[in-house]
Design a protein around this ligand. Structure first.
Ligand SMILES: Cc1cc2nc3c(=O)[nH]c(=O)nc-3n(C[C@H](O)[C@H](O)[C@H](O)COP(=O)(O)OP(=O)(O)OC[C@H]3O[C@@H](n4cnc5c(N)ncnc54)[C@H](O)[C@@H]3O)c2cc1C
Length: 307
């Protein structure tokens, strides 16, 4: 939903708490109209939060007052008996933030664990070194996996080249089309908008920034007549039509290409099977173990079926 958000700080925050909604909405709308012109409508819906009077908040987030002391946040985080505290106001390094609240939750959770189980003992070193034999086996298994992956990747490339040589490249959908009249207008009129921003500019104010230019384009668009807007609307429609035609063409061609590619793949695989290299076959204890387990299962069950 297109939504605007306004934040109040300092004295404005206190007076907002006491001002009726309608007055606040009228004031905010007036500010918008002074920037974007009288056409700015009253909002469809508005929500005013009053955190200071909300009994579950009593304010928005913590801040340090004039008599703040460096350990205040640590004091707020200190447990009282078996009562533990989390929340952004207990995180001295990142107060008033979501990440501060999150970090404080981790800290409080670990304090709860400590109080229930005692400190957790970590082995040193954390990860025990692998014994020589196990390491050799693991390395060999990795080599096998890497060789297999490399072979299959190269084989896939081979198959794809074969397919492309027969039926050409795979069709791709056209790039998404975001055409709309206002975007086209912005593209074609940003120089003019920049020129208008510079007109009557106070000396020394510097060049107009991107947002000023954007606002000017928006004002120009709002002020443009139907007649002036029509060519942009027509261009947008034309771009959409080109996209729709390209998409329809893709949707027609792709299933045909794909079906033929699947057929050619099986032809190629039958004629040129990919043979596993010696690295792959010798060292795949995982697979041989699995195969054994399956046959044991069949034998145990007295099944007649061979697996
Ligand atoms: C307008 C605004 C913009 C912000 N923008 C950002 C930002 O861009 N980036 C950022 O990192 N942080 C931002 N923050 C700060 C961030 O939202 C807070 O620091 C964070 O949500 C605090 O999390 P918390 O869990 O400590 O407290 P809260 O999220 O305040 O959670 C406390 C919960 O306790 C409940 N509660 C209170 N009293 C009781 C009770 N008696 N019984 C039961 N429940 C109770 C409350 O209803 C509330 O759900 C912003 C805050 C505001 C107000």
């Amino acid at each position: 939903m297109p939504t605007l958000l306004a934040l109040m700080a300092g004295d404005a925050a206190f007076s907002t708490e006491r001002t009726p909604d309608q007055e606040l909405i009228a004031e905010a709308t007036k500010v918008l109209q002074s920037v974007f012109g009288d056409n700015v409508p009253t909002p469809v819906e508005a929500l005013v939060t009053r955190w200071a009077s909300d009994k579950f908040a009593r304010g928005s987030y913590s801040y340090t007052g004039p008599s703040f002391k460096p350990l205040d946040y640590e004091d707020m985080a200190r447990p009282v008996g078996n009562l533990f505290f989390a929340g952004e106001h207990t995180c001295g390094t990142h107060p008033a933030t979501v990440h501060g609240a999150y970090i404080s939750g981790l800290r409080a959770a670990s304090e709860v664990l400590d109080s229930m189980l005692g400190p957790i003992q970590f082995p040193t070193p954390l990860i025990p070194p692998k014994d020589g034999d196990a390491k050799r086996k693991a390395d060999a298994a990795h080599t096998a996996i890497n060789s297999r992956n490399a072979r299959l990747e190269a084989y896939d490339q081979e198959i794809y080249h074969f397919i492309v040589s027969k039926i050409g490249e795979r069709p791709f959908p056209p790039p998404k089309c975001y055409a709309n009249a206002y975007r086209i207008y912005t593209k074609e009129n940003s120089e003019e908008a920049k020129r208008r921003c510079e007109l009557g500019r106070r000396p020394g104010k510097g060049k107009p920034i991107v947002n000023e230019v954007k606002r000017m384009v928006s004002t120009m668009w709002l002020g443009a007549s139907e007649e002036e807007k029509r060519p942009y609307e027509e261009k947008a429609e034309a771009e959409k039509a080109v996209y729709a035609a390209a998409l329809a063409d893709f949707e027609r061609r792709f299933p045909v290409w794909e079906a033929e590619a699947i057929r050619l793949r099986s032809v190629y695989v039958a004629e040129h099977p990919s043979i596993p290299g010696p690295d792959e076959v010798e060292t795949s204890p995982g697979r041989s173990r699995r195969a054994k387990r399956v046959s044991g299962y069949a034998e145990d069950s007295d099944s007649e079926m061979e697996m």
